[in-house]
Design a protein around this ligand. Sequence first.
Ligand code: TYD
Ligand code: MG
Length: 453
Amino acid sequence: MPKTKTMYVCQNCGAVSARWQGKCASCEEWNTIVEEVVETEGPHARANVVQAPAPIPITDGSHGQLQRHSTGMGEFNRVLGGGIVPGSLTLVGGDPGIGKSTLMLQVSHYLAEHHGKTLYVSGEESFSQTRMRATRLAALNDRLLILTETSVAAIAKHIREGEFAFVVIDSIQAVYTAQLSAVPGSIGQVRECANEFQRLAKGLQIPVFLVGHVTKDGAIAGPRLLEHLVDTVLYFEGEGRQALRILRAVKNRFGSTNEIGVFEMRETGLHEVANPSALFLHERPEGVSGSVVLPSIEGTRPVLVEVQALVGDAHAGSPRRTVTGVNPNRVSLLLAVLEKRAGFHFADRDVFVNVAGGVRLDEPAADLPVAIALASSYYEAPVRAHLAAFGEIGLAGEVRAVDMVRQRVVEAAKFGFEQCLVPQGSAKDVDGLGARVLPVFRLAEALKSALER
Ligand code: TYD
Ligand code: MG
């Protein structure tokens, strides 16, 4: 066993002290000092030189092959970059009650059935609770073992001796190491425990999944803290009581972070949604102002989403700007462009922008639909029926080219959109894909084509 001792480290400046203090003596910040285990000897001792591996020519192909194991769900595999990588440490974060345990139990069952002995460590629920859930999910298998334990040392012993193919820790906030006196869930505990699982995953080449709760105010030590430490960070998200769930990679050492996986929570657990466009559009009202459809690209896949806006009279004080699903700064910019280049006045108007279904858009192609939805609500003029739109908007009010145009138009046509507003610079060679392509160059002209007025 390497020698360790407990130290107190300032999270702001890194100063190390022998006892806890409310205020760091070095940087004078308050409440930044956290208890940590520090190895004084052994491979992880500070300022110790780790045994150095020899350099390998980059052209050596024998090291590069990543083997991956399926999770049994295509939506999950895609978000991981193709499947689970041996020895990887993955964090699955999300609000309490969103379905993290359900998801991980379903995956554990699949791996137990198809891959090998699987350990599901339940630090929050009893064996019978977990078994009840597994029964409801039809996730019973002799190779799926449940361990109700919160001591990391005890869990580690089972992992080392159990020859598991896959391990889930539910949750990282529930487990603790006796080396620290802090309570489970505190910053020091969460980090030290995660470190231990990282060592186990790498040392034994077992994929380990950590479940982590996110709190809205971020008060409790959570996934944020672990982002740099793990290989992959996934967030499991959903809107309130709706059944829709989105799995999103925010960090992935083994794949892209653009992909999303879409699921539906039903009585029988999580079900993949193979056709998100249909799901995102199914409640869309027709003939109402302030709504337009964007063929968006989520990772490698086109998905149709509804962009909504509501423009109303501001009553007291400064007008409101409430934005969900797109970057609020981008909306401010679009409001300014609409004012300057298209004759709108938002100074005494409240503005709300929303993307239906809890989708978050992070691409410039959303500019044009946001502007159209705003204009549509402003004039109380519905967007033309069966029209979809995408394009980036520049400060001069020009509609700029975006990527993956063909996929967007094809997806729109597939769902009965007969016309697509497309940036002129992107409109080459995309005719005859099922939807009529209307090239647009200026925002004002795009609004004219989009609205029924
Ligand atoms: P859970 O996986 O416990 O969430 P988390 O681990 O993220 O806290 O799931 C929470 C909710 O999911 C719970 O309120 C009940 C619901 N649920 C279903 O609707 N169907 C199911 O098959 C299961 C297992 C749960
Ligand atoms: Mg849970």
